[in-house]
Ligand binder design. Structure first.
Ligand code: KG4
Ligand code: ZN
Length: 364
């Protein structure tokens, strides 16, 4: 079964074609094209919604063409012969951006006479885990157990997922496909947003997560004792705005000087460690409380190698026999392959008339 996925919730225009084996439940990515208007937003320190939407309009058709033409066995002139279903992100996200993908999907479905599966973007991030990982595309940390790259077939329910992106920090429990319980989330900034705002204080262009990770590699995580907000609270909520304020207070002490490389590295390492400590601690606590059989990570921040390593280390140190999964790094940030994957495992086919964008969509 071939699924054409479309993702346009924010500043990425993604189209992917995946081949899903209904019997074995294995997914193969045939093409996964992502165009981004990120460069246009890096100077302004955040996404400007109307610019993102206009760029979606520009990229949408070229990205579809690229995805179709780079997939063997798909006839670009007659895609109806090879595509079975269309999957599209319907929310949450920016309304202008979402509408471009949703209306494109509806038009394609109407013309090609195919059903549509509407997909929640956040559930898409979870389902990036269910796409067969290519161990060669990951750099393994030799100190850690390589088992974490186990194939998707080994993901067992019930499971806990931490979704950490630029807009969301959510902890969810899944009993089976389609059964999702939200346990908690951020009360203010998302984890990715914390990286981005701290980056801004340090003069790092938006989005700053990957750059902070690089600086942190040469920094001292103990150089500054930043707060770990809500790390001991009884609920599964998060809060990162206090951490950002603590970093702001620190940087204001040196506001008249150009920050040294060493200073940027130490702030990066110390703030990254604070974010990681909270994320790992709360997720592991939930995994123990709900006696889950798998722990999954998803969303742009899941691309952070230190976060991945610390999860694995904590699980090993506590001798928890719970396997830990994270998507291939290229599948952590927004893409359409994860949307097609969510549609396969977790979606319901609909007529194009029933598909509407919902920027406020949530888990339950
Ligand atoms: O999932 P995503 O692509 O978009 C949203 O749905 O929000 O996530 C983007 C976020 C940004 O905040 C970015 O700074 C963060 O993911 N991010 C990272 C890394 N790569 C991306 N954060 C920490 N470490 C990384 N390596
Ligand atoms: Zn996302």
């Amino acid at each position: 079964m071939k699924i054409l996925g479309i993702e346009t919730s924010c500043d990425e225009t993604g189209v992917a074609i995946i081949d899903a084996n209904i019997k074995t439940k294995e997914l193969k990515i045939l093409s996964n094209v992502v165009a981004s208007s990120l460069a246009l937003h890096s100077k302004t320190g955040g996404i400007i919604p109307n610019i993102a939407a206009r760029e979606q309009v520009k990229y949408m058709i070229p990205v579809i063409k690229e995805a179709l033409s780079s997939t063997r066995g798909v006839d670009v002139q007659n895609p109806a012969g090879s595509i079975d279903v269309i999957a599209v992100t319907v929310g949450p996200g920016l309304i202008g951006s979402l509408l471009v993908g949703v209306e494109t999907a509806r038009t394609l479905a109407y013309v090609l006479k195919k059903p549509i599966v509407p997909v929640n973007h956040l559930i898409g991030h979870i389902y990036a885990n269910f796409i067969r990982a290519n161990p060669k595309s990951e750099i393994l940390n030799p100190k850690l157990n390589a088992k974490r790259y186990t194939l998707n077939a080994n993901i067992e329910f019930p499971l806990i997922t931490l979704v950490v992106s630029g807009g969301h920090t959510d902890l969810v429990l899944m009993e089976k496909h389609g059964s999702i319980h939200w346990l908690g989330g951020t009360r203010d900034d998302a984890a990715g947003e914390a990286f981005d705002k701290i980056g801004r204080l340090l003069g790092i262009p938006y989005p700053a997560g990957a750059e902070i990770e690089k600086f942190a590699k040469n920094g001292n995580p103990k150089a500054f004792s930043f707060p770990r907000p809500m790390i001991g609270s009884k609920d599964y909520d998060f809060s990162f705005s206090g951490l950002k304020t603590a970093v702001l207070r620190e940087t204001l002490k040196n506001k008249n000087e150009k920050f040294s490389q060493r200073y940027i590295q130490d702030i990066s390492a110390s703030s990254q460690q604070a974010i990681i400590d909270v994320l790992v601690s709360k997720t592991i606590k939930a995994a123990q409380q709900y006696k889950v059989r798998s722990i999954l990570l998803g969303g742009g921040v899941a691309a952070n190698q230190k976060l991945r390593d610390e999860f694995q280390l904590k699980i090993e140190n506590l001798k928890l026999k719970i396997p830990f999964f994270c998507p291939e790094k290229r599948l952590c940030t927004d893409n359409a392959a994860m949307i097609a994957s969510a549609a396969f495992f977790n979606g319901k086919q609909e007529d194009w008339r029933n598909i509407i964008a919902n920027p406020e969509l949530y888990f339950e």
